[in-house]
Design a protein around this ligand. Structure first.
Ligand code: FMN
Length: 187
């Protein structure tokens, strides 16, 4: 039996009029095992915030945050197209990424749940363009929206970092479906 990788490269090398099979056609991805494999890559946890209609604070828990570029200073994160906050993040010119500290696990849950007022139990101050910067975090990045890209069932937001801060607080880590403090003794 030909291995899926070989099938892909043989098909891709044929003449243009031939049907070129995509990786997903030769090698269907099962969502549950895809998620399980992704969970082997631990990340931090953040709450990304902006302002909605009437300057209402908007925010949700994310783990898709990553660095992109040093010059200019760029970061990215992705937002599910089905998220209720999508229109607010599309409309506002700025957002803040608030990297959660180990003792903020409860906030992580609140900002991933359909609660009435996600900001009820957290102090925040207005950052650039008024976007909420949460108190007690490990770090924060205030960004001007730089570009957005199609990311399948997500939209990818790239932000130019205008202001950032960090603290001595231990970051919260998410991996293998669990939340843990950043391991003691590392870093
Ligand atoms: C640890 C964790 C990480 C998450 N990462 C993301 C993410 O990167 N992008 C995303 O769109 N949703 C992510 N979510 C799910 C959203 O937080 C959740 O769907 C939220 O309710 C969306 O809020 P909204 O519908 O008000 O926009 C994550 C949830 C958790 C608990």
């Amino acid at each position: 039996m030909m291995c899926p990788m070989l099938m892909f490269s043989v098909a891709a090398s044929k003449t243009p009029e031939m049907t070129v099979l995509t990786a997903s056609e030769t090698h269907p991805v099962d969502p549950a095992s895809f998620r399980r494999a992704l969970s082997c890559f631990p990340t931090g946890v953040a709450i990304v915030t902006t302002l909605g209609p009437g300057e209402r604070p908007i925010g949700l828990t994310i783990s898709s945050f990553n660095s992109v570029s040093m010059e200019p200073p760029l970061i990215l994160w992705s937002l599910a197209r089905k998220a209720l906050s999508l229109s607010a993040f599309r409309a506002h010119p700025a957002f803040a990424v608030n990297v959660l500290a180990a003792d903020q696990e409860e906030l992580c849950r609140v900002f991933a749940s359909p609660v009435e007022d996600r900001f009820a139990k957290v102090d925040w101050t207005p950052g650039i363009e008024g976007v909420p910067v949460l108190a007690g975090t490990a770090a924060s990045f205030e960004c001007r929206k730089w570009r957005t890209y199609d990311g399948g069932d997500h939209e990818i937001f790239i932000g130019e970092v205008i202001r950032h801060s960090d603290s001595e607080r231990t970051p919260l880590v998410f991996g293998k479906g669990r939340m843990e403090p950043f391991p003691v003794g590392i870093g």
